[in-house]
Design a protein around this ligand. Structure first.
Ligand SMILES: Nc1ncnc2c1ncn2[C@@H]1O[C@H](COP(=O)(O)OP(=O)(O)OP(=O)(O)O)[C@@H](O)[C@H]1O
Length: 273
């Protein structure tokens, strides 16, 4: 087995839109995008709004079919996976969305939300649902006594922890975080980022981390892909993209970073010294 977990080749997504007078036109949101995600690493995908980040993530999550291109997961072609292969892929690849409140069913308790991915896979946790829910809640820093509460009874940061716990419930190999910390206050954002880093250290899964905030990306990414106009214009190790950007668009993006958290920067430099 190779070190490459997921490999996307020439992914393309065209949308047909209707303009004035109902005239149809085609729009290419993702245009021949190729990237690989290695085991245990975080690939951050950055770029301006509308550059195709979320569409690429939705294709990888199999929430959307590509118009062209291929997806390989653990050396298997999963581009048009169906049946058992698709079910396995859906367990291996989980998504954490930007807005926890709209991605968690407001009428379901935390226990029901966390057990849903197992129910979908037809898996019964060996120690029972209550114990497994408690274990998941503890892993993400939530009080297991709150398992019978509803999403609205939690803060935004806590609700996002529920979203993360749900993603972990079936032991994924890849977690796609689509702007997963963007809606949170800065201090809560830092805590959730630390949680994501800890979970990866503990479990060794990979992340595709979609973000527009480069300070966040600098904290979490091993490698960075920069998107503009539906294409990846540059990709490489974090240090190279941040410290020696090759593409003019990346330089513009970096020049627009308002402020890097000095503490993160100090720790990153110390860690890589
Ligand atoms: N279902 C759709 N039908 C038509 N156009 C779409 C559809 N989904 C996305 N698009 C368009 O595709 C382009 C890429 O969108 P996408 O959401 O992937 O960008 P993004 O980089 O994730 O942006 P943001 O950071 O704002 O989420 C945008 O111009 C968007 O309007």
């Amino acid at each position: 087995m190779t070190d490459v977990l997921l490999s996307a080749r020439d992914l393309t997504k065209r949308f047909t839109t209707r303009g004035t007078f109902g005239r149809k036109s085609e729009f290419t949101a993702v245009d021949g995008v190729s990237f690989a995600v290695h085991r245990g690493e975080t690939l951050a995908v950055v770029g301006e709004s509308g550059s195709g980040k979320s569409t690429s993530a939705r294709i990888v999550a199999k929430l959307m079919e590509p118009s062209a291109g291929t997806l390989e997961f653990e050396d298997e072609d999963v581009t048009h996976a169906t049946g058992a292969q698709l079910a396995r892929y859906r367990a291996d690849v989980q998504v954490v969305f930007q807005d926890p409140f709209s991605s968690l069913n407001p009428r379901h308790t935390v226990e029901r939300i966390l057990m849903a991915p197992l129910d979908y896979q037809g898996i019964a946790p060996s120690g029972g649902r209550r114990a497994y829910t408690g274990e998941l809640m503890e892993r993400v820093g939530l009080n297991p006594d709150h398992a019978q509460r509803y999403p609205a009874q939690f803060s935004g940061g806590q609700a996002q922890r529920i979203g993360i716990a749900r993603a972990l419930a079936v032991n994924p190999k890849l977690v796609i975080c689509d702007e997963a910390v963007s809606a949170l206050d800065v201090s809560v954002q830092a805590q959730v980022l630390e949680l994501l880093l800890r979970l990866q250290r503990e479990s060794g899964f990979s992340y595709i981390f979609i973000a527009h905030d480069l300070a966040v990306v600098r904290r979490i990414a091993h490698r960075v892909a920069v998107m503009s106009g539906g294409k990846i214009v540059e990709q490489g190790p974090r240090g190279q993209v941040f410290d020696d950007p090759r593409h003019p668009y990346t330089r513009t993006l970096l020049a627009a970073v308002p402020r890097i958290n000095p503490e993160w920067d100090r720790r990153r430099r110390a860690a890589t010294a």
